[in-house]
Unconditional design. Structure first.
Length: 193
């Protein structure tokens, strides 16, 4: 199973609601799946009892337009930004470190982390400073493997150059996404699942 990462923009009101109720956090971050019809069991059929309907949603999903999917690139990006597999100093370590306020449920790799609009602005400013040449210098396939980074580096120099160019493009898009959140007064949620 893949380890994925999604970043979400949330308004100040949504951030408050997420802090107050983990169910709201999960519902804001995830599209509702249609409920499968529940077939009553033998006892329910014999006694005529029916199951209650599922509880209504407390919040609507924020939608694709408010989310940026890093898919499996999150760990290599964290490594290239910090030089470490885990941890690091904010704002470089915003993807994979114990920073940000925990909200919502743990889907297996830690709870989603909420950053304020000010913090989103600091993240964006940092990402704007990262040059492709610096990423290329940091992209060491042997070190990536030794550190246990969740990434498979391609073999040839040309392929690695193309990977770094793609990763730099992702960082530029991510910088624009986080900057947009900050400019709109929105918080940012990082979720690895």
């Amino acid at each position: 199973m893949s380890m994925l990462c999604t970043l979400s923009r949330v308004t100040a009101a949504q951030a408050r609601a997420m802090r107050d109720d983990p169910d709201v956090a999960d519902q804001l971050l995830h599209e509702a799946l249609p409920a499968a019809p529940v077939k009553p069991g033998l006892f329910a059929r014999l006694t005529g009892k029916t199951l209650p309907p599922p509880p209504p949603r407390k919040a609507d999903w924020i939608g694709d337009a408010q989310q940026y999917d890093l898919a499996q690139q999150w760990h290599i990006l964290h490594f290239l930004l910090t030089g470490q597999a885990e941890g690091g100093v904010f704002p470089a370590a915003f993807l994979c470190a114990d920073v940000g306020e925990e909200v919502g449920a743990d889907l297996g790799y830690g709870r989603p982390r909420l950053f304020t609009a000010d913090q989103a602005g600091r993240i964006a400013a940092h990402l704007h400073t990262v040059a492709e040449t610096e990423l290329r210098r940091r992209y060491d396939p042997d070190q990536i493997e030794r550190q246990g980074i969740y990434w498979q580096a391609d073999g040839s120099e040309e392929e690695q150059r193309a990977e770094v160019q793609g990763l730099h493009g992702t960082l530029q898009n991510l910088a624009a996404f986080t900057n947009g959140a900050a400019e709109d007064g929105c918080g940012l949620v990082v979720e690895i699942y």
